[in-house]
Design a protein around this ligand. Sequence first.
Ligand code: PGA
Length: 254
Amino acid sequence: MALKKLVAGNWKMNGLSADLAEVKAIADAARGYPRVDVALCVPAVLIERAARAAPGFAIGAQDVHEATSGAHTGCVSAAMLLDAGASLTIVGHSERREAQRESDAEVRAKAEAALVAGLKVILCVGEALDVREAGNAVETVQAQLDASLPHGPGAAAHIPDDLAIAYEPIWAIGTGRIPTIDAIAEMHAALRLRLAAAYGDAGGRVPILYGGSVKASNAAEIFSVPNVDGALVGGASLKAADFMPIVAAAASAT
Ligand code: PGA
């Protein structure tokens, strides 16, 4: 049976008070698509206001620290995100893996901490262009996934319900380029195998999102690919007018 589709927006470092109207517009419109899970991951300082502007709608963070509290200047814990009104968080986005040099082990620790605290997690993986061109994309991303997946007794109880994977080829993010449909299908099938190896039957029910230049014009084709259970959307999630057609495409594909 196909999984319920999840379409999550990643606002990255965009969003001020003036944009709360857009959060509300997206939340209101999302109610028209009960068969799709819709979420917005906004900057940490906007979470509380976004959650107040859109009661009952899933507001998420874009990162979380793996410790519960303590001497970590500038960082935010899972408990803080929950306290602010977040219900989910992205971990391991390639922009953080690159700019903040986050390792697979750190991403795993963040995912485990978030799940144990009660946040849902979207865990990102994806290859750089040179890896894709060298023909090593599948094995590289599989290894990245293996090393990043949450384990341990506290996390296991949250799988599959609270975990999603986002396959985001780095060269497709914000570039307007996407892999071929066959390449997306190949990667998602390969990741599904690794999820099954890690979690058994539950691994078959962890949604695998595609991310990287998803927009209204390509969403329907992407959602038709086997093992594509939704999308993580950057630029096209900032405005309801761009984002909701992607949600509608997910609803049609369900
Ligand atoms: P994009 O970003 O949709 O703007 O390509 C996706 C992402 O980085 O999550």
